[in-house]
Design a protein around this ligand. Structure first.
Ligand code: 4NP
Length: 152
């Protein structure tokens, strides 16, 4: 059975799409893409329908990763039932997800950087414009997540 992963951030135009497309690339490179279903969504409706924010898109492109066709959407209760791993970028997302779904009764929610040796919120580039720090966090978090899922 496929492992289904949903990455979550506030707007679904910067951090969670970066995680989605980095993770897709990593599972492809590891030759295990068929074992995964990977997507991303927002806690808010703020950016619903909008494409990936241009600086985030450029950062992915620099690494040979396309995010063409992705548009932002808000997470739903159905997503909580459907996906196995709900992976948030920051603690605030966890609170907001719980507001949408009621409670994490199946223990599916975790933080991306918990899969690294240094748990912390993924760097938010929205106010800083620093997409390099976000890239580094996302790459480390996804590598740790893949390692865990593939050794389990
Ligand atoms: P994201 O970035 O949550 O990483 O997609 C943001 C996008 C939009 C807003 C904040 C962060 N906003 O305030 O609209």
């Amino acid at each position: 059975m496929k492992k289904k992963i949903l990455f979550i951030c506030l707007g679904n135009i910067c951090r969670s799409p970066m995680a989605e497309f980095v993770m897709k690339k990593m599972v492809e490179e590891a030759g295990v893409a068929d074992n995964y279903e990977i997507a991303s969504a927002a806690t808010s409706t703020e950016e619903a329908g909008n494409p990936v924010y241009p600086p985030a898109r450029r950062k992915l492109q620099e690494h040979g990763i396309s995010c063409a066709g992705k548009t932002a959407r808000q997470m739903t209760r159905r997503d909580y039932e459907y996906y196995d791993y709900i992976i948030a970028m920051e603690k605030r997302n966890v609170r907001d997800i719980n507001r949408i779904i009621g409670s994490d009764s199946e223990g599916k929610i975790s933080l991306l950087m918990d899969y690294t040796g240094t748990p912390h919120d993924v760097a938010d580039p929205w106010y800083t414009g620093d997409f390099d720090s976000t890239w580094n966090d996302v790459e480390q978090g996804c590598a740790g997540l893949l390692n865990l899922l593939e050794t389990k």
